[in-house]
Each structure stands twice: as structure tokens, then as C-alpha cells.
Write a protein that binds this ligand. Structure first.
Ligand SMILES: Nc1ncnc2c1ncn2[C@@H]1O[C@H](COP(=O)(O)OP(=O)(O)O)[C@@H](O)[C@H]1O
Ligand SMILES: [Mg+2]
Length: 590
């Protein structure tokens, strides 16, 4: 829950106000639907006035001819009300689904531009629940609960005014009784809102657990972690249930108040009104009219608590939405991107590069100076956790440096358009992620319009053509979620093929040989040797065989480049280097 903050700071009503940016373009239709709802209510409120006339007029006097126009009036008002309800629903559907779609698209777009560190900190289930259920809650609020909150409050006020005008004594009585109702509702609504927020977060946590255990099912099973994972899941499910019970309790109280108090109001009005008719101070029609108005106000009053609860949920959902949207987009296109130097040489230069993860207490990189000349391959070597992966992520701007700069052909990478930068610089990561799609789609991830020839060429370079051709449907073979049907070496080679497609000038490879057995290592190394030909490359390596593919080796330690030179020089001159590459003395002597 670290990324989520405390429950108290969450319910800022400002969150709803900020929806304005989405509501504005469709406000005409929304106002139209609001007007339709209000007019419908007005038509409904007029009916008791006609009833009053019918009773005091034709009924009291036995005047049958006057009955027909009044009855037709009631019919017309009823028809009008029905028509307006229809209109409201028609008007509201398109604009609100449109708002939901745009908010969802913007959220997704935003997620794509957040630095990778954001995704390290935010559990994916939380993002999932925000992108799916929270946005639906917001749409329902705009389309329904928010609208009716306004319309119903106005209806109640208007009904009371009509009561006050037609039967002042009964009006005052009703108004007095409505005050505690509203106050109590407001109090419970606030508590409900907090509980709703908690429940939404817990659903997000639960989604994260489910997702992680699905993706990691093999690890969970093989380490016999299943029962523990199940216990964790059940514990979270229990938490969620407790919160839901709290919500139910609050709801129950709210409903009891909301049903009970208007009932009391009705009884009091009937008693007072009956007495007034008996002593002759009010006409029977007036009292029947007043009671009909109160009956008509039942739904607006009854729904108040539910609408407030829904609005509470919407406030929580909106706050959760903005929490993600407000996460700083550190990595963004510059306002006026510079064109990259042409032709692209691929000269890479890191100057005093510093980096600190958001929220971390110390810097990972503390002034890295490194130059990779056009066409050169530099191996990056260093102890586990020294910042090699971090350094490679800075070059394609998966995160931005917090100090110093990275130059590509003399231009700061932050001055280039992101799309441009990422066609010049291609990367492959330690854990080659494959998506559930065909081999072709996986390789052409960065260039979907690539031809089959281009895809084949990059597969050939990456030494992957042979095994791809052996797959049941060749390039069209779908590889499962996370590429589970392929071996580690095959996945690595597909990741390499993906990186070289589109002839990038600079390749950044994070440990492309990690977790490979000796046999596949040879295959991937062959691939790598061809991949590296003619491009500028920075390759994280931890094996002597990979290091030997490089022209020079940079040793990263304590956040700086501690040594730079050929493999042979470093072996001879740097004491710790041999140990880092796990080379035994016997091996070098041989
Ligand atoms: N998202 C993150 N937030 C905070 N610290 C991180 C994050 N990712 C990595 N680190 C820390 O940064 C340091 C360098 O990590 P990394 O670049 O992955 O090292 P290497 O690839 O050399 O093993 C480690 O101490 C690691 O714990
Ligand atoms: Mg690493």
C-alpha cells in the first residue's frame, strides 16, 4: 500500500472538479439531459396540484363536466414526464461512454510514458482496477448518480416550496423534519466514502495477487509456495470482506434513516392535515394534494442516501484516477524536439551521469563518464546491483538521468523526439518479454509495418531463423503468454532479432546471455557476434566469452566507471576484474 498514501488524504472533492476537462466537450448534451430530468420532475410535481383541484372542485361540488379537462391534464403531465425520462436516457448515453473512453485512453497513454521505476513501485493490479472498474464508476456518476443528486435535491426543495405555498403549516412541518434527515445522511456519506475507497484499493491489491500468481504459477508450484500464496490471497479476500461489511452496515443505517424519517413525515402530515380538515382550516383537496406531494418526494428523498453513497464511490474512484495521472511524467517529448544528427553515426557519450531512483535514499550512479565510439562494442561489467541495468535504461530514456547528460552524436537524448530516439537506439533486456502473439508480431514490435523479408533478415542475424522455421506455423506461430512455449535461449534470440529489426545505430543489451545453459549460450553468442557487427553497442556482460566480443570493457563500481580498457588489460591490471567474471586462475592460464 506504500504507493497509495493514507485513507484520510484521499477524499479530496477537487478530484471531481478536475473532471471538467472531460465533461466540457459534451456539456451541452449533459445539460440537456439534466434539463430533461428536471422538467420531468416538474411535470410530476404538477400532478398533485391538479389532484387538489379535482377534489376541491368537481368532486366536492359534484360537477362532472369539469372533471374531464383536469383528468386529461393529469394524463398529459404523466405522458410528458415519461417522454422526458426517455429523452434524458438517450441524451446521456453517448457523451458519458465517450468520457469514459477518453479517460481510459489518457490513462493508458500516461502509463506508457511513465518511467519504468513507476511500474516497479505501483502494483499492476492497482492500475488494472483503476483502468477498468473505477472508470465505470465515474461514468455512472456523470450519467446518473451525480445528475440525480442535483435533480433530486432541487425536486425536494421545489416540492417543499409548493407545500409551503399551498399549505404553509404542513410545509413548515415537512421542512423541519427534512433537516435531520439531510444532516444524518451527510454524516454517513462521509464515512461510506472512506470505506468505499478502502474497498477499491483492496480490490486492486487482490487483483495484483491474482495476476502475480498466474504469471508466476510455475515458480509458485515448483517451490511448493502454493499453500502460502493461497493463504495470502484468502487473507486479502477476508480484509476486503470486512470492508464490504462495514460498507453494508453504514448503508443499512443510512437506509433505515431514509425510509423511516419520510414515513414519519407522512404520518405527521396526515395527522395534522386530518385535524385541519376536521376543524375546517384546510380544504380536503389541499391536504390530499400535500400528501400526494410528499409521496412524490419519496423517491428523491429515498434515493438521496444511495446517490450520496454512489457519489462517494465516484469521488474515491476519481481520486484514484488522478493519483495515477498525476504521477510525474518524467520521460516526455521535449517541447521542441531537435532533429538527430544526419547521417546517424551512433556516437554515444555519457557525461557525469547521475541517477537516483525516486524515493531512494542514495544515488545508484554517481558521475559515470563513458564513451562508445561509432561501431564500437563496449562491455559493461560490474557486481550485481551496481547499476548496470539502470545505466542501460537511461540511454533509450526508460528513465531520465538525475544529473549529467547522455549525448547521441553530440545531441542530448532529452532533446530528441522519443520516437526518433527509440528508432536510433534499440534495446534488449535481461528477461526477454514475449507477448501472446505470433513470432512475426513479436519481432516486429517496434516496426509493425516491417516486411517478411526484414523480419527474416533480423531473425537470421539473431541466429533464430532456423528454429522459427521449425515451429509448426513458422513466423505465424503464436507464442504463449510470456513466451512460455519457447526455451530461454530461443526467447533471447527473438529479443535480439527484435532489437536489430530496423537497423538501429545503437544497441543497448542488458545481459543478453543471462540464464542460458552452455549449449544455447554458444548459439546466442554466435547470434550476438553478428548482431554487434557495424553498430555502436553497450553490452552488459558477466561472462568472459561475452566480454571477449567487445572491443573495450568498462568496469562499473561505486556508481562510476572504475576502469576502462581491453579485456586483456583489465585482466592484467585490475585485481577484482578476474573475480567479477568468475575466471579461475587455471582458466586464464589455459
Ligand atoms: N525501481 C527501483 N527503485 C529503487 N531502487 C532500485 C530500483 N531498481 C533497482 N534499484 C536499485 O538500484 C541498484 C542497481 O540496480 P540494477 O541497475 O538493477 O543493478 P545491476 O543491473 O547492476 O544488477 C540496486 O541496488 C537496486 O536495488
Ligand atoms: Mg541487471
Amino acid at each position: 500500500m506504500n504507493a497509495l498514501g493514507s485513507v484520510e488524504e484521499m477524499s479530496s472533492r477537487g478530484a471531481l472538479g478536475r473532471l471538467g476537462e472531460y465533461v466540457r466537450p459534451v456539456r451541452a448534451r449533459l445539460l440537456g439531459s439534466g434539463a430533461a430530468a428536471l422538467l420531468g420532475m416538474l411535470a410530476g410535481l404538477m400532478i398533485p396540484l391538479l389532484i387538489q383541484r379535482i377534489i376541491d372542485g368537481p368532486v366536492a361540488r359534484g360537477d362532472r363536466s369539469a372533471l374531464v379537462p383536469l383528468a386529461l391534464g393529469v394524463l398529459a403531465l404523466g405522458g410528458l414526464e415519461a417522454g422526458l425520462i426517455y429523452l434524458r436516457r438517450v441524451l446521456v448515453a453517448r457523451p458519458t461512454t465517450n468520457i469514459e473512453k477518453r479517460m481510459r485512453a489518457d490513462l493508458y497513454h500516461h502509463l506508457q510514458h511513465l518511467p519504468v521505476a513507476f511500474h516497479d513501485r505501483w502494483p499492476s493490479g492497482q492500475l488494472l482496477s483503476r483502468a477498468v472498474s473505477d472508470l465505470t464508476t465515474i461514468r455512472l456518476f456523470i450519467a446518473f448518480s451525480g445528475l440525480f443528486l442535483v435533480v433530486n435535491v432541487l425536486t425536494v426543495l421545489l416540492g417543499l416550496v409548493i407545500l409551503l405555498l399551498t399549505a404553509p403549516a404542513l410545509g413548515v412541518l415537512a421542512a423541519i423534519m427534512a433537516v435531520p434527515l439531510v444532516l444524518l445522511c451527510l454524516r454517513y456519506q462521509r464515512r461510506y466514502e472512506l470505506a468505499a475507497r478502502l474497498a477499491q484499493d483492496q480490490v486492486g491489491d487482490l487483483a495484483t495477487t491474482v495476476e502475480e500468481s498466474t504469471l508466476g504459477i510455475r515458480v509458485l508450484k515448483s517451490f511448493g509456495h502454493g499453500p502460502r500464496a493461497t493463504r495470502r490471497f484468502l487473507a486479502q479476500a477476508r480484509e476486503l470482506r470486512r470492508t464490504e461489511l462495514t460498507k453494508a452496515r453504514l448503508n443499512a443505517t443510512m437506509w433505515a434513516l431514509i425510509i423511516g424519517l419520510p414515513e414519519l413525515m407522512l404520518a405527521a402530515t396526515l395527522a395534522t392535515g386530518g385535524y385541519a380538515v376536521a376543524v375546517g382550516s384546510l380544504s380536503l383537496g389541499t391536504v390530499v394534494g400535500a400528501v400526494t406531494i410528499l409521496t412524490y418526494l419519496r423517491w428523491p428523498l429515498d434515493s438521496l442516501g444511495w446517490l450520496l453513497a454512489e457519489s462517494g464511490k465516484a469521488v474515491a474512484a476519481t481520486t484514484r484516477y488522478w493519483e495515477v495521472r498525476d504521477a510525474v511524467t518524467v520521460v516526455a517529448d521535449p517541447p521542441a524536439p531537435r532533429p538527430p544528427a544526419r547521417p546517424v553515426h551512433g556516437a554515444l557519450r555519457l557525461e557525469q551521469v547521475r541517477f537516483q531512483y525516486p524515493g531512494a535514499t542514495s544515488e545508484v550512479l554517481r558521475g559515470v563518464d563513458l564513451e562508445v565510439r561509432p561501431g564500437e562494442t563496449v562491455a559493461l561489467v560490474g557486481a550485481t546491483g551496481c547499476g548496470k541495468t539502470t545505466l542501460t535504461a537511461l540511454i533509450p530514456r526508460l528513465a531520465d538521468v538525475t544529473g549529467g547528460r547522455i549525448l547521441l552524436d553530440g545531441v542530448d537524448v532529452r532533446e530528441l523526439a522519443l520516437a526518433e530516439l527509440r528508432t536510433i537506439v534499440a534495446s534488449a533486456f535481461e528477461d526477454p518479454v514475449l507477448f501472446s502473439a505470433s513470432v512475426r508480431e513479436n519481432v516486429a514490435l517496434g516496426a509493425p509495418e516491417a516486411s517478411d523479408d526484414e523480419v527474416r533478415r533480423s531473425l537470421r542475424v539473431a541466429h533464430a531463423e532456423e528454429f522459427v522455421d521449425a515451429l509448426p506455423w513458422g513466423l505465424d506461430t503464436r507464442i504463449g503468454e510470456q513466451g512460455l512455449t519457447l526455451s530461454g535461449g530461443q526467447r533471447q534470440r527473438l529479443a535480439l532479432a527484435r532489437a536489430v529489426l530496423g537497423n538501429p545505430a545503437v544497441l543497448v543489451l542488458d545481459d543478453p546471455l543471462s540464464a542460458l545453459d552452455v549449449h544455447t549460450e554458444v548459439e546466442v553468442e554466435k547470434a550476438l557476434r553478428r548482431v554487434l557487427r557495424g553498430v555502436t553497442a553497450l553490452v552488459v556482460a558477466h561472462r568472459p566469452s561475452t566480454v571477449q566480443l567487445a572491443d573495450r570493457v568498462a568496469l562499473l563500481a561505486d556508481g562510476r566507471i572504475a576502469a576502462m580498457g581491453t579485456h586483456a588489460t583489465l585482466l592484467a591490471e585490475v585485481p577484482g576484474y578476474r573475480r567479477l567474471l568468475s575466471i579461475s586462475d587455471a582458466a586464464t592460464l589455459a
